[in-house]
Design a protein around this ligand. Structure first.
Ligand SMILES: [Zn+2]
Length: 280
């Protein structure tokens, strides 16, 4: 039997069809076709698929898609629909939870937190081997903790989220606010000629320290793994956290803490494969 694993990000859909843990087909496409449409196509090509695991760049809960800012949603009740159409199991979780499952397997840790920074800033926590989901799979939604009031509007509709400072989209909003033409890239803003551009960098760093301090104080992980595009391009941020986090977190929560940068190439897709363990 074959298995289909899908990672749907903000712009692309990556998938692998596997048979006995061997990848027999890999593909990358745009994410705008709709997930159910894509699954229908794959089921026609590979009728012997008997499990589907999905990492999803949006909010999902108990097999149902709730919302996604950048993805065309053609079916919300995706798990029950696929069960009905094909009689097979489908497991879906958000991309950060999937990534953290892969990180936990890689670092061999059962007390691990992930802090990923790209367009947004997100966190996930595994405690004593259990992924913390919360009532609606919204636990540790760190990007939207109140931080400081701004003249900007967050994707969630409020104006004081930490994501408005410590994320790619936050930096882009500040640049528009200041009328700057620079791209939201830390290394370029750092050497910007304009005081406001340089300010975006120091405020990014301060907000990152705040978010990481809250996460570590609340979750008390053994490993804090950093990932996402902004971290990949700015590995100095790990050093910054190692040096300064003690000023932002409760000190007993820092004892034995390791701060690492993710080395996984596609953690969400790897995590989608681990979803299979959870269905029974
Ligand atoms: Zn927000």
């Amino acid at each position: 039997m074959k298995k289909l694993f899908i990672d749907i990000g903000g712009t692309h859909l990556r998938s692998e069809v596997c048979s006995d843990n061997e990848i027999i087909k890999e593909s990358v496409s745009s994410n705008d076709t709709g997930l159910l449409f894509y699954i229908d196509q794959q089921m026609k090509l590979h009728p012997s698929i008997d499990f589907i695991g999905i990492s999803y760049a949006g909010q999902v809960d108990k097999g149902v898609i709730i919302s996604a800012p950048n993805i065309n949603i053609d079916k919300y009740e995706i798990t029950s629909e696929v069960k009905q159409r094909y009689g097979i199991a489908l497991e879906i979780d958000n991309d950060l939870n999937c990534a953290l499952r892969a990180e936990a397997a890689y670092w061999k840790s059962s007390n691990i937190a992930a802090l990923y920074i790209g367009t947004g800033i997100g966190a996930a926590v595994i405690d004593q081997g259990i992924l913390i989901k919360g009532n609606a799979n919204m636990a540790f939604e760190i990007g939207h903790i109140p931080y400081r009031e701004t003249p900007l509007v967050c994707g969630c509709g409020r104006n004081n989220c930490v994501e408005l400072y410590a994320s790619g989209s936050g930096m882009a909003k500040w640049l528009r606010h200041y009328g700057s033409r620079l791209e939201p890239v830390l290394s370029q803003l750092k050497i910007g000629s304009d005081r406001n551009e340089r300010l975006i960098v120091s405020e990014f760093e301060e907000a990152l320290l705040h978010a990481a301090g809250v996460l570590v104080t609340l979750a008390n992980p053994e490993i804090l793994v950093l990932g996402g595009g902004v971290i990949e391009q700015n590995p100095y941020l790990a050093t910054l956290l190692r040096e300064k986090l003690r000023h932002y977190a409760l000190s007993p929560a820092l004892q034995g803490l390791r701060i690492e940068i993710s080395v996984l190439e596609n953690a969400p897709l790897m995590g989608a494969k681990l979803l299979e363990r959870h269905h029974g």
